[in-house]
Design a protein around this ligand. Structure first.
Ligand code: FAS
Ligand code: PHB
Length: 408
């Protein structure tokens, strides 16, 4: 079967769904092709913190009603050093910025709901998606769906298919430059229908390892502990995990912690990854297809949204006024923001986690840096403005956006 659209979007994660919704509201035709089933996509448990910029994009996409009803505005978060808590007053230190705690699962469900209520072309279980003629005059996507072979002719392809997707893999190997750090540990996460131990998040640096106390609602908690990559889920029965969380979060948080059965438990590896450029001909990458951050800084989902905001504006300008200037600037603009978020996520991970090769000197450096942050409002302001999301102007300032990398 043969179809045509203006923008073919690969992937129905937050990036693909948000881009599709923004383009639809700008009058741009698009089709979303997703490899997995709807229930699989809706069942994924991932991010939990939305920057103000992400909330504004979801409002612009017309999918923020439930977010405003159920999302939890957070004006600060706590840090713990070997069990001793101190607070980062984001709202006070950034002139009024904050974040909203609202699960990526809910964002995805709200976006899918918006698509299906308008009968949008969102195809789940699209198999063997392949991209063709990205530099030619007839870009198109082929795929199999419902047992039939399909060809989708388009003007542009948005690769929103995550780290393991087909889009980045469709770029010429000699064009791509990748930058990567793989961390020697993972995060063991637990979701439980118990009240959170605090009304704000707690990021804990403990000599036994990192722990994070987060939440999804006043009755649903999300916790993480750093574990070696060799650990298996069966090594961590619920009781062992609750005991470890109590130790690493410290006595004050432990006293308020409510235990309960895990409704989801998983181990996620941590990596920092960037692929440059984020464009090849008619293909534009957005979200995890182009970059990965360790979840420590709560940037992954928010970076995907920031890419999508830029790409939606550029595609809309192209169809409304015929200008391709913003499309030509997309990769450089997106990467400028990506690298700043990569730096913060890498730094915050280094500050809060126990590295296997860490000697006593390195441990003392961590303790000294955390003690300095605890003591200095200026140091806390740096943490706060990165956590709530840097102003777009920082990345677009002259000389800040990295020059396109020219092969040596
Ligand atoms: P996604 O990976 O979410 O979506 C890509 C979509 O493309 C998927 O639905 C996939 O099935 C589909 N796809 C892949 N290949 C395809 C193909 N060939 N054809 C069609 N479709 C294809 N971020 C945070 O900020 N905080 C966190 O706590 C956090 N925790 C995470 C935990 C885990 C286990 C993982 C993997 C990520 C986590 N992240 C976290 C990061 C995460 O939230 C991502 O940043 C976010 O999902 C990015 O969204 P997308 O770019 O849409 O990519
Ligand atoms: C979460 O609630 O899942 C979460 C919150 C903050 C992070 C990472 C994950 O930095």
């Amino acid at each position: 079967m043969r179809d045509r659209t203006q923008v073919a979007i690969i992937g129905a994660g937050p990036a693909g769904l948000l881009l599709s919704q923004l383009l639809h509201r700008a009058g741009v035709d698009c089709v979303v092709l997703e490899r997995k089933s709807q229930s699989y996509v809706e069942g994924r448990i991932r991010a939990g913190v939305l920057e103000q910029g992400t909330v504004e994009l979801l409002e612009r996409a017309g999918v923020a009603d439930r977010l405003h009803r159920e999302g939890l505005p957070h004006h600060g978060f706590r840090m713990a050093l070997d069990g001793e808590l101190f607070r980062i007053d984001m709202h006070g230190l950034t002139g009024g910025s904050s974040v909203t705690v609202y699960g990526q699962t809910e964002v995805t469900q709200d976006l899918i709901q918006a698509h299906q209520s308008r009968g949008a072309p969102l195809h789940f279980e699209a198999e063997d998606v392949a991209l063709h003629e990205l530099e030619g005059g007839r870009p198109h996507v082929t795929y199999r769906h419902g047992g039939a072979e399909h060809r989708l002719d388009c003007d542009y392809v948005a690769g929103c298919d995550g780290y393991h997707g087909v889009s980045r893999a469709s770029m010429p190997a000699d064009l791509l430059r990748v930058f990567e750090r793989v961390y020697p540990f993972g995060w063991l996460g637990i979701l439980a229908d118990v009240p959170p131990c605090d009304d704000e998040l707690i990021y804990s640096n403990h000599h036994r390892g990192f722990a994070l106390a987060s939440m999804r609602s006043p009755t649903r908690s999300r916790y993480y502990v750093q574990v070696p990559l060799t650990e298996k889920l069966e090594d961590w029965p619920d009781e062992r995990l609750w005991d470890e969380l109590a130790l690493r979060l410290g006595p004050e948080a432990a006293a308020r912690m409510t235990r309960g059965p895990a409704i989801e438990k998983s181990i996620a590896p941590l990596r920092s990854f960037v692929a440059e450029p984020m464009r090849h001909g008619r293909l534009f990458l957005a979200g995890d297809a182009a970059h990965i951050v360790p979840p420590t800084g709560a940037k992954g989902l928010n970076l995907a949204a920031a890419d999508v905001g830029l790409l939606a504006e550029a595609l809309t300008a192209r169809y409304r006024s015929g200008t391709v200037a913003e499309l030509d600037l997309y990769s450089q603009r997106a990467l400028a923001r990506v690298w700043m978020a990569e730096r913060f996520s890498w730094w915050f991970t280094g500050l809060t986690h126990r590295f296997p090769e860490m000697d006593d000197f390195a441990r003392r450096m961590q303790v000294a840096e955390l003690s300095y942050i605890r003591a200095s409002a200026r140091a806390q302001a740096v943490v706060a403005e990165n956590y709530v999301g840097l102003p777009r102007a920082y990345a677009l300032g002259a000389g800040i956006a990295p020059r396109p990398v020219v092969a040596a």
